[in-house]
Design a protein around this ligand. Structure first.
Ligand SMILES: Cc1cc2nc3c(=O)[nH]c(=O)nc-3n(C[C@H](O)[C@H](O)[C@H](O)COP(=O)(O)OP(=O)(O)OC[C@H]3O[C@@H](n4cnc5c(N)ncnc54)[C@H](O)[C@@H]3O)c2cc1C
Length: 246
């Protein structure tokens, strides 16, 4: 395989134009360089380093902020604990040092831990297209149909109590077969399910999603995932309530 030609654009618009012309956008390259995931780097690659996309000025998180920076931020842990917990649950320290928030969102992996937590906090994703237009999208809309362009930042919703729990088929790092992110919204706790479908889905504890709406694959049946949703949502609700009485 030939090494890709590297494009180092001097603006986000130029990066989006290069991507529109067929170059592969590279964030941390954790997914792009792993045989476990479908996307690979083509003949040319757009390097997003040096475009100033690595600011962490909450509630805004630059696309090039790594998951490691999210897990080590006291402000994220205090204001959006569900996001901090989901980032910490992702992969290994080595992967988290490379993987970026923008790449994690753009990869749109059905098992993406961070995606479920970001949906729960009402995050919006900002995308810049090849004409330089900057457009915010609610994360569930972006995940349903990703528009072409560069993810430049994610803006979190208001700070809120929350918790994240996941279940995988083995100890150590492994993709989740079911995950639940929960956040406090006034009298209610809002819940989102991850790794049970193509993308995170909101649900209510008393009315779990029907089995027909859940993944049924070699890793876990829909029946099993539905029961995991019940167990994990109980754990999430208990964790939030425990935090509230401290
Ligand atoms: C060993 C291993 C274990 C893993 N375990 C987990 C896990 O437990 N949980 C989990 O959720 N994930 C896991 N992952 C997936 C990991 O989280 C993703 O690979 C990573 O987050 C992708 O981020 P990145 O910055 O490296 O993206 P890249 O690999 O650089 O890019 C991923 C995709 O996004 C595009 N892209 C990148 N940045 C942008 C941008 N700013 N704008 C538009 N498009 C962009 C790329 O073109 C590519 O299509 C694992 C990965 C590995 C390699």
């Amino acid at each position: 395989m030939m090494a890709p030609g590297w494009i180092r654009p001097d603006s986000v618009t130029a990066a989006a134009a290069a991507a529109a012309a067929g170059a592969t956008i590279v964030g941390g390259a954790a997914a792009l360089c792993s045989l476990a995931f479908a996307p690979t780097i083509g003949e040319s690659a757009v390097d997003l380093e040096g475009l100033g996309l690595d600011d962490l000025e909450l509630p805004r998180i630059g696309a090039m902020v790594t998951l490691e920076r999210l897990t080590s931020s006291d402000e994220v842990a205090a204001g959006w604990p569900v996001v901090a917990e989901a980032a910490a649950a992702t992969a290994t320290p080595e992967v988290r040092r490379a993987a970026t928030v923008g790449g994690t969102i753009a990869a749109r992996l059905p098992t993406g831990d961070l995606l479920t937590a970001l949906c729960a906090v009402g995050a919006a994703v900002v995308v810049v297209d090849a004409e330089g237009r900057s457009t915010p999208y609610a994360l569930p809309d972006y995940l349903a149909e990703a528009p072409a362009g560069i993810v430049t930042e994610v803006e979190l919703g208001l700070p809120c109590r929350g918790a994240y729990r996941r279940f995988a088929n083995r100890a150590g790092f492994a993709p989740a077969v079911c995950a639940v992110a929960g956040v406090r919204r006034e009298e209610r706790i809002e819940l989102w399910a991850g790794a049970v479908g193509e993308r995170p889905i909101p649900f209510v504890r008393s009315v779990l999603p029907e089995e027909a709406a859940l993944r049924n694959d070699v890793h876990a049946s829909a029946w099993y995932r539905r029961r995991l949703l019940g167990v994990l949502s109980d754990e999430v609700v208990a964790a939030i309530q425990e935090e509230e009485v401290r």
